[in-house]
Design a protein around this ligand. Sequence first.
Ligand code: SF4
Ligand code: SF4
Length: 286
Amino acid sequence: MENTVTITIASGKGGTGKTLVATSLALSLPEGVQFLDCDVEAPNSHIFLNPQWEMEVPTGLVVPRVDESVCTACGECNRVCEFKAIVVIVDKVLVFDELCHGCGACTYICPVDAITEIEKPIGVIRKGSARNGIHFLQGLLNIGEPMATPIIRRLKKEASPVAKITLRDAPPGTSCPVIESVEGSDYTILVTEPTPFGLNDLKLSVGVCRELNVPLGVIINRADVGDAGIHAYCREEGLPILMEIPLIREVAEGYANGVPLIDVLPQYRDRFQELFDKILKEVRHG
Ligand code: SF4
Ligand code: SF4
């Protein structure tokens, strides 16, 4: 939508400062930002933004159930399932819920309508309000539940499509949950650190964003500790370095106590606003 912008804050691995950046960016922008914590296995943005919870929506995944009295063991469901979640062994059909992605292909293909669908609970979506008028949404996956992507998809659906500014705090890594979080964004900020591990993970994250055709920029956290590899890589790849945050003991202590970066260093508010303006310019004009 023309007058809305969605920015995802991601990182190739945990502990790089992704949430530090996402929460302070949210607090530096005009009131009314919509904030989605997509790190559904271990959400922690709420620790920094401290929302008042207003609503909890149970979330499930639709999985198949087979009526053995109707099933002819034809094996069509087995053949169509990309995830090996439904298997026909001799004349028995076995469903592995933990592998099922809820795509519905088996139900669609079954020639005798032997498959019905049930909703298996996988977690909740929580909604609330935080300071600076932030509309806060969080996905929370049930413990032991292996499939994070469906709950992130649901979280995105629960978000308002008309919010002017939406920030998504992505899970760490480069797997399906990150792809789901980045997909549909106008821009992705990749937070990294200047170490060989940071560089390696950054390269993987850049690959994901480019695959999804989402423009991106880089923030280097703990920028004064490490080597120059990230700078060289960004230069070669033509990636903008949006901000560098040095290692500051007070910031690290604040983070450990759930205090946002801009509360420790209020001068960063202007820097985050400038960063946002820069991103908006790129999103609007390319
Ligand atoms: S497609 Fe339907 S009839 Fe065929 S094996 Fe699967 S459940 Fe049974
Ligand atoms: S819903 Fe999709 S993923 Fe699940 S068993 Fe059926 S075909 Fe496989």
